[in-house]
Ligand binder design. Structure first.
Ligand code: CDP
Length: 237
């Protein structure tokens, strides 16, 4: 079936408006906000700090723990407070998507906790959470060789497109949602797929994801550079 025009009037390769901030929670070790359209994610870093219970401690390196949650009034139908199978899954994939760029060897027996709260949800929350978490970790001064950016791509009806909103995810013609995260060299750290897609369409989607992630990475980098008043990063790990 043909999906000719997006409800939001965006082009098929056009993301929603993005916005980023760091240092939004002064009491935290690191914090950031990332917004894409009506989806808003806030990430707060606590740590590195001594890991309890002690049997979880690793003398070789620190442990990253991401905790994803949506606040109850982030969606039109009140979301039941507390963890769920969905939030546990997203916490796990978020942790896995960030680990490849982190160097936690400097923090033996410690934990770095990242608390991600979705304050407004209109699809793409795990990707927005990853973008916010990556910036919050950088703001917390955790050694990182790169930032991670993330965007959802996929298919609605017969069209491959970027950044599905909730209307598109629930489209009557069927939708395929593919959240993708990558570093600035396009090394993929997260790839999930909910729906059906052909091999060619998947490659087409991944090209869109590269384009979207590049745009997000530029905004993340600029936001951090502006915050610290520097023109360029020096990679030290
Ligand atoms: O948010 P994301 O696309 O990463 O994950 P999802 O599980 O595919 O959820 C898609 C969307 O469904 C969310 O972004 C919310 O807008 C909505 N949702 C909801 O309305 N109520 C929930 N309890 C969970 C999700």
């Amino acid at each position: 079936m043909s999906y000719t025009k997006r409800e939001s009037k965006r082009k098929f390769d056009e993301m929603r408006k993005i916005e980023a901030k760091v240092g939004i929670v002064p009491s935290a070790d690191g914090s950031a906000m990332f917004r894409i359209g009506d989806t808003v994610a806030v990430a707060v870093v606590r740590g590195p700090r001594e890991l309890h219970p002690k049997f979880l401690q690793n003398p070789e390196k620190g442990l990253l723990r991401c905790h994803y949650d949506m606040i109850s009034f982030s969606v039109p139908d009140r979301k039941r407070p507390g963890p769920s199978r969905r939030s546990n899954e997203i916490s796990l994939v978020t942790t896995k998507s960030l680990l490849p760029v982190l160097d936690l060897k400097q923090f033996p027996n410690s934990a770095v906790d990242v608390f991600i709260q979705i304050t407004q949800a209109n699809a793409g929350t795990r990707c927005a959470g990853i973008c916010a978490a990556s910036m919050a970790l950088a703001h917390a001064g955790i050694p990182m060789r790169d930032l991670i950016s993330a965007i959802s791509v996929g298919k609605v009806g017969d069209k491959v497109l970027i950044d599905l909103d909730k209307y598109e995810e629930d489209h009557k013609e069927g939708a395929t949602d593919i959240p993708v995260a990558m570093d600035s060299n396009y090394n993929v750290t997260l790839l999930q797929l909910d729906g059906d897609i052909s091999k060619d369409e998947l490659f087409e989607s991944l090209e869109l994801a590269k384009k979207g992630c590049k745009e997000i990475d530029e905004l993340q980098g600029k936001t951090l550079r502006d915050f610290y008043g520097v023109k360029k990063w020096i990679i030290i790990i």
